[in-house]
Design a protein around this ligand. Structure first.
Ligand code: CMC
Length: 431
């Protein structure tokens, strides 16, 4: 028998057969279009709400095997990167495809460090928000506003422009994030300190009070860059897909990143870490866990920080975060929420409802507990996700822009509304 790399699809309406080629084991949805009962028909489409089985791109950035709980950036296991690299080192890898040499890393670190300042007018814009504005809303709006300061950024097809705007964005998002936080606690904004590392400088801008030089605790600064590394990219999730879709219209990278951040802010995506902490507070005590689990099983609530579209075994990031938590607690003391979280995880993992649906803790389940122990306000959790994810968004954006197969993202629909009907004058309308 010939081993052909094709499918044969038989249309039982017409009896006609079509040979459909397979590329990387998949069919191209456009190859279905030829299947029709008469030449006037539009042709067959693939219907896939929420894209649960649709590959929208070919990507070399991140690999996930959800069944085995594997996550790799550019081929390197996340565990090895989190153990051995700094955040900016992994950022370079994700953006450029290879780990940087010493000279490349030095130049890259200098470049990022020298773009951390933001225009005073952005500061004024941020000062205009209400005293209780959510930092994520401030983050999204301020990143979008940067677009007006760099009009040349709209030339997205120009490789030199992309090369200039990518580090600018990566450098400026911690400043915006920290200032959004300082605004929410009514304290003066702290300017970046170019002598500190990416994460230590971020902590400086968040927490410096009257001291002339901020000294970040090295264990906490390391924990933060481990957390940042884990959050850099996660292939075609909701916000990466938004980045690609919005970027495909050739909107500039600031507007596009703001759109991706907006997608991240929802509670089913990056907003989940904040919701986990609120959930743990609501549960309050281990004794209340069984009743809470029952409400989840009845569909009244979702167990926040549980479940994933892709991981059906365990989220490898959650495992690393759990380990990092131990290092953090040695410095900060144990977060009492951890006991509730551990017990919740134990009960949920034994419960048939969760086992049957393959619902495991995801990255957001434990990250909030560490963030809280480190002194981060709950409202900042999703912003903490957005800072490193900016790197992933930009890597996805760059790959999309340079991919000859990509065009403006424009899905089809299956129209289920009325067929044509005639206009009804106001006096004849009944309801
Ligand atoms: N608690 C209780 N039941 C759940 C949960 C949960 N957290 N997640 C999924 N289920 C149930 C769901 O009701 C469904 O049950 P049934 O088959 O009886 O209808 C089944 O499990 C399959 O769920 P789904 O909604 O089809 O799965 P999905 O792939 O569409 O959704 C998810 C994935 C992450 C949005 C969802 O699991 C969820 O809402 N989790 C809670 C929010 C959360 O933690 N989000 C963070 C995700 S990881 C980081 C990130 O992306 O930012």
């Amino acid at each position: 028998m010939d081993n052909k790399n094709t499918f044969t699809i038989t249309d039982n309406r017409t009896g006609k057969s079509y040979e459909i080629p397979l590329t990387d084991g998949n069919i191209r949805a456009m190859d279905l279009r030829q299947i029709k009962t008469n030449p006037e028909e539009f042709g067959t489409m693939a219907y896939d709400p929420a894209f649960t089985n649709t590959a929208s791109c070919r990507s070399a950035v991140t690999f996930i095997d959800g069944a085995k709980g594997i996550l790799r950036y550019r081929g390197y296991p996340i565990e090895q990167l989190a153990e051995n690299c700094t955040f900016l080192e992994v950022a370079w890898l994700v953006l450029n495809g290879e780990l940087p040499t010493e000279a490349q890393l030095k130049a890259w670190t200098d470049e990022i460090t020298h773009h951390t300042l933001i225009h005073e007018n952005i500061k004024k814009l941020m000062e205009g928000f209400r005293y209780d504005a959510h930092p994520m809303g401030m983050f999204i709006s301020s990143v979008a506003a940067l677009s007006t300061f760099y009009p040349e950024a709209k030339n997205v097809r120009d490789a030199e422009v992309r090369k200039a705007e990518i580090p600018r964005l990566i450098a400026k998002v911690p400043t915006i994030a920290a200032w959004a936080y300082r605004h929410s606690i009514g304290q003066r904004y702290v300017y970046p300190d170019n002598n500190l590392s990416y994460t230590a400088n971020f902590m400086n801008m968040l927490w410096r009070k009257v001291e002339s030089k901020y000294a970040a605790n090295p264990v906490l600064a390391r924990a933060l860059y481990v957390l940042f590394i884990l959050h850099i990219d996660h292939e075609q999730n909701c916000s990466a897909n938004t980045m690609r879709a919005v970027g495909s219209s050739e909107a500039d990278p600031y507007a596009t990143t703001a759109a991706a951040a907006a997608a991240l802010s929802g509670p089913l995506h990056g907003g989940a870490n904040e919701k986990v902490l609120r959930m743990l507070r609501e549960i309050g005590h281990k004794d209340n866990i069984p009743a809470y689990i029952e409400r989840c099983k009845k569909g009244e609530l979702k167990l926040m920080g549980f479940g994933h579209r892709v991981y059906k075994n365990y989220d490898p990031r959650a495992r690393i975060i759990k380990r990092t938590a131990e290092e953090v607690f040695e410095v900060t003391g144990r977060n009492p929420q951890l006991d509730i979280a551990l017990e919740l995880e134990k009960i949920a993992l034994e419960d048939e409802y969760f086992v049957k649906r393959k619902l495991y803790p995801n990255v957001d389940f434990y990250s909030g507990i560490i963030y809280q122990a480190m002194g981060f306000d709950t409202k900042m959790f999703t912003v903490l996700f957005a800072i490193p994810r900016t790197v992933g968004w930009l890597a996805q954006w760059q790959e999309m822009i340079t991919d000859k197969e990509q065009k403006i993202a424009r899905p089809r629909q299956v129209y289920v509304g009325y067929d044509q009907r005639d206009f009804v004058p106001m006096e004849q309308r009944t309801s």
